[in-house]
Design a protein around this ligand. Structure first.
Ligand SMILES: [Zn+2]
Ligand SMILES: [Zn+2]
Length: 238
């Protein structure tokens, strides 16, 4: 991978106790970011359409002490629900993106496959493929939904793109250059950064090289769920 070292001074996807599967507070994550010398950290927690804690989360992040040389950004992580690009986030949070009362960005996640009728679990998707659904159609649906979600949200970031593929028996090699170019065009048109994600080991060099060549902003992320992992890169660095 040819990420410049300066990218590794940012961590654009860090979870806190506002996510039910993470253990560190925003203050602990901030201290960890300072300790490893990060210059940028994006604090992010999981939401669904029914989530109500976002104002409290944003207040907690904005109440953190200022650290010289460290920019603190915010976001919420939401899955892409269906092929039309609907996002599983509260409408008022989406409406407030980029304003003083809202998070900076929505991290679009492929936790499930966005099907025409709603999210497909990896298992349900594998069963459809075994029953004859063309994997190429699944990949196209995933990329199309992601492109639509980027345009619909306006201020997105792609979290661990293509992390769902191994779960459904596919790899990034199943994504055509044409689909990668469609993804890149949408990311450039909407100013959407794309993560290179330490936790999920994706996307790989072929995808990142092609996106970068198209002018997409790549950002490094750990997807840390504990402060000890903030800003610590092994796979991304390698
Ligand atoms: Zn995720
Ligand atoms: Zn995450």
């Amino acid at each position: 991978m040819t990420l410049s070292t300066s990218l590794l001074t940012g961590d654009h996807h860090v979870h806190s106790t506002f996510s039910d599967d993470a253990v560190s507070t925003p203050a602990e994550n901030l201290a960890a970011a300072q300790a490893v010398g990060l210059r940028e950290i994006r604090m992010v927690d999981h939401v669904r359409v029914s989530t109500t804690y976002v104002p409290e989360f944003l207040a907690a992040v904005r109440a953190l002490p200022t650290v010289d040389g460290l920019t603190v950004l915010t976001g919420v992580e939401a899955k892409i629900l269906d092929a039309s690009g609907t996002v599983d986030a509260p409408p008022e949070v989406l409406a407030a993106l980029g304003t003083p009362g809202g998070p900076d960005r929505v991290l679009l996640a492929d936790h499930q496959v966005p099907g025409p009728d709603g999210p497909w679990s990896p298992r349900a998707t594998r069963e459809r493929i075994e029953a004859g659904l063309d994997p190429a159609d699944v990949v196209e649906m995933l990329v199309t939904a992601t492109v639509r979600a980027m345009h619909a949200v306006g201020r997105a970031q792609l979290a661990h793109p293509f992390s769902v593929l191994p779960k459904i028996g596919l790899t990034e090699q199943d994504v055509t250059d044409q689909l990668l170019d469609a993804l890149a065009d949408a990311a450039v048109a909407t100013g959407t950064p794309v993560e290179v994600n330490e936790k999920w080991h994706c996307p790989g060099p072929r995808v990142t090289d092609r996106l970068r060549a198209a002018g997409v902003l790549l950002v490094a992320s750990t997807d840390a769920h504990q402060a000890a992992d903030v800003g610590v890169y092994d796979w991304v660095r390698g």
